[in-house]
Every structure is written in C-alpha cells, then in structure tokens.
Design a protein around this ligand. Structure first.
Ligand code: AMP
Ligand code: GLY
Length: 444
C-alpha cells in the first residue's frame, strides 16, 4: 500500500513532536513552515518555507505534493481560516474551520457558547464591547471584586492580565481596557479565581472525544512561579495520568465539560469539530472551572502526551477524519514525563537572538531523554541559532515523576549557549507546593 502523505503546518517543538509521532508509521511528511526547524526538516520528504498565512504558497505546495490530509499545529493559521482554504482545495485537516477555531480565537464567543448550552464550570464573567462606557466596567468590578482582564482575541498567551498582579487597581484595568478598545477589540472580565491549573487535551471528531493524560504547564518565566508570563516554560505529567492534586473524578468532570462542548460546537456551527480541543482548567474552592479552550495541542503539553502514545498517531488522525474515532482505542504508556524548555537569556522581555547554540543530541538520547526543536533556525548544516522565542524542549520519560525530572534536568546540560530554563519544573518541591496550596484552600 502506498504511504500516507501528510502535510504538516508549523515549525515549533509541538510540530516536531507531531512529526516524530507520525513518523512511527509509514508516512511521507510534507512540511510547511516559517523557519527551518532542523528536527522537522530531517523527518520530512519535502519542506516549504513561507509565512503560515501565505495561502498562495500553500496552494502551490499542495498542488505539488498532493497530501492525503493536513495537520495544523499552531493557532494563528487556524484563526486565519487555513482549514477552510484547504477544504476548498479538497484537503481535509486535523484542525477546526475558522468558525470553530473561535473556541480559541474569541474568548467572548466561547464564554457565550458555554453559557448558551448550559455547560458547567463557567466563572462569573461579562463581555464588554469596544464602545463600552468605562463606568460600566468600574461598576462590574465593584460588584464582583478582583477580576481577570482578557483581550477577546489571540495574544500568544499574553492577553490576560490579573488584578493584584499585572494591574494594581481599577484605574489600571480601565487604562488597559481603553488600550484594547482602541484597537476595536472587546474585553472579557472574569472573577479572579484561585486554585491549581491543569490541561486536558482531547482528540475530537464530532461528538466523539478521546482524552490524553492531563499535564501541568508553567507560564511564569522564573523559578518559584515568578516573573512575566511566557508561552510556557515546561510541563509535567504523572505515570497514573492524573496529578498528585487532581483526582480521577475531577478529570472525569473535565472530560464531561469537553464532551458537552464538542456537542455544542456541532449544534452551533452545524458541522463536526475535527481536531484537538485543549481545555485549560482550574480546580478552585468552588469546584472545577474552565479557564480557556485552545483549538490545538498545547506547547509544551504536546510533548508530554505524544511520546507516550501506544496507538499510532497516524491511525488516530485518520479515524478522526473518517469520523470513526470511537472505533479505535487510544492508549498511552503509563509513564511520567517532564518537559523543560531552554529559552534565550532575556526571554520573554528582551531575548538574545541569533546566538549560536550547540546541541549534543547523542548525549541527550544516551541520558534517556529526547529533544524537540522550537524557535531555532538551522542557518547552515549543523549550525543552529536562536530566534526570539523558546529554543529547545528537553523531555524526560520514566516510570516515576522524580526519575523523569532527573533525566530531563541532566539532559539540559548537553545544550550549550546563552539559554536558561526553570530547574523546578516537575520537582517534588514544586508538586508539594501545589498540594499545599489546594490544602490551604480546603480543596484537598
Ligand atoms: P487563558 O489564556 O484564558 O487561559 O489565561 C491565561 C492564564 O491566565 C491562565 O493559565 C491562568 O493562569 C490565568 N487566568 C485566566 N483566567 C483566570 C481567572 N478567571 N482567574 C485567575 N487567573 C486566570
Ligand atoms: N501551554 C499553553 C498553550 O499551549 O497555550
């Protein structure tokens, strides 16, 4: 039988992890990316470098390579309608249409959808259109207390500001809202929640969902959860596919919320959601709350789950497209994972860029770890330089979390260059802090 021809869009560590998982099957990979990710390039039959929203270049590439289906890694092309474009050309995708991708690209759309379909786990919230009179916002804050202030649209993980952290008082909230309104964008205000977060990533095909192990990301740049927010500095998952502070019952609740959401999307948009639904949840004193949806795998959380797949990713994707997801069993190894991101010094505020880095792949593999390239560019064979974002993800996998952390930490020493990482990701001390926090809140 001829090999499956898969078009992969995106150039980060998440896409490298997708590529690696797909290549465990007989696959011809065609990669459409903005910069040459050396890991993905090595696994690809053909590479096209172009901006991800350059649909003209994409159209030519698919004419040339004739893919059987496409996999869209990042959120921006989904929000730009890449799936609709590919469908017009007769290519089906793992990834939602522009309309369904609003689950990530519009926080107001998502909140209102969840309300309309009575889906549990909603916080107190209100949407403010760009023509809002500011007094309405002050009145709302006077009523609900401290709030999380969210830009409605995509902001690369930097669109949420919390009162008491990023915004000190109502005045600063109003200033930020005005700034956003001036761009014609709405604001969503939500009650400020306190608790512990986890991510649940599900394969979705219409009303069928298949969950993967939950993981916890670390958004803050520095150890001890301090410093500015980032795209995610690392993440971990445990061998029982739960977390020491998140029970099987809570994961069931989260699954149910995603299940009901998939059904609601179908009713609302009239078509099946085919792709990944990532639920960002927080367990609070008032129960489980859904903070956000992403319309794709998490980055770094994709690296926690894809290497554990026992079922071939190709088979899962094909079943999703053929609407037969419920017919296959999606299984993951019962192992713990720790992913640590090496990022340029100065990231995320003033990252050092175009700095050469040296990666001793052999030693990393010998340590029992693996690596996924992210925002780096291979400028000549073997010469890798940083760009402005997260550079390399190192992942440790083992029977227990402590061992996975040890492996990942050791392996970070085999990458040389002006980079830093959070040593505390996945450590016993950090996990204990999460447990203590929920105990303080009387949740555990
Ligand atoms: P989002 O993009 O909506 O997930 O928000 C990014 C991050 O902001 C989340 O991972 C949380 O850490 C935080 N966050 C979002 N919503 C709230 C909220 N209502 N209360 C407290 N923190 C929040
Ligand atoms: N890890 C958070 C994200 O992928 O958006």
């Amino acid at each position: 039988m001829a090999e499956d021809r898969v078009l992969l869009v995106g150039q980060g560590a998440r896409e490298h992890a997708i590529a690696k998982a797909l290549k465990k099957s007989e696959v011809d990979l065609f990669s459409f990316m903005k910069a040459k990710n050396p890991g993905i390039a090595k696994l690809s039959t053909k590479v096209k470098l172009a901006k991800l929203n350059d649909f003209e270049a994409l159209g030519e590439f698919i004419k040339d390579v004739q893919p059987d289906f496409a996999v869209i890694g990042p959120e921006n092309p989904l929000a730009d309608g890449i799936v609709d474009f590919l469908l017009e050309k007769g290519v089906k995708s793992i990834g939602p249409t522009k309309s369904a991708a609003r689950m990530e690209s519009s926080k107001s759309f998502t909140r209102d959808l969840l309300t309309k379909y009575n889906i549990p786990g909603q916080p107190e919230y209100r949407i403010f259109a760009p023509d809002t009179v500011l007094i309405e916002i002050s009145e709302y804050i006077a009523k609900v207390g401290k709030v999380a202030v969210k830009r409605d649209g995509l902001a690369g993980g930097k669109g949420v500001k919390l009162m008491g952290e990023h915004l000190q008082n109502v005045e600063e909230v109003l200033d930020f809202c005005q700034e956003v309104f001036a761009k014609g964008e709405a604001i969503v205000l939500e009650e400020l929640l306190v608790g512990e977060e986890f991510s649940l990533q599900c394969f979705v095909s219409g009303e069928d969902i298949s969950p993967s192990p939950i993981a916890q990301d670390h958004k803050r740049a520095y150890e001890g959860d301090t410093g500015p927010n980032t795209g995610g500095m690392g993440s971990y998952s445990a061998e029982d596919h739960l977390l020491p502070f998140i029970s099987a019952e809570i994961v069931e609740e989260a699954k149910e919320i995603i299940q009901q959401t998939a059904k609601a999307i179908k009713q609302e948009t009239g078509s099946d959601y085919i792709g990944i639904l990532y639920g960002g949840f927080m367990l609070t004193a008032n129960g489980l709350i859904i903070l956000e949806y992403n319309a794709r795998f998490g980055d770094p959380e994709a690296m926690n789950i894809l290497p554990l797949l026992k079922t071939p990713l190709l088979d899962i994707f094909k079943a999703m497209i053929e609407k037969k997801l419920s017919k296959i069993k999606v299984e993951f190894a019962k192992k713990a994972t720790v992913c640590k991101y090496l990022v340029p010094e100065g990231y995320p505020i003033s990252p050092k860029k175009e700095e050469p880095i040296e990666v001793d792949v052999e030693k990393i593999i010998k340590e029992g770890a693996d690596l996924f390239y992210s925002s780096v560019s291979e400028v000549e064979p073997g010469k890798i330089i940083t760009t402005t974002s997260r550079a390399i993800a190192i992942i440790g996998i083992a029977d227990k979390l402590a061992k996975a952390e040890e492996i990942a930490e050791k392996a970070t020493s085999y990458v040389k260059g002006p980079l830093f990482h959070r040593k505390d990701v996945g450590t016993k001390e950090l996990v204990q802090k999460r447990i203590d926090h929920l105990k303080e809140l009387n949740v555990l």
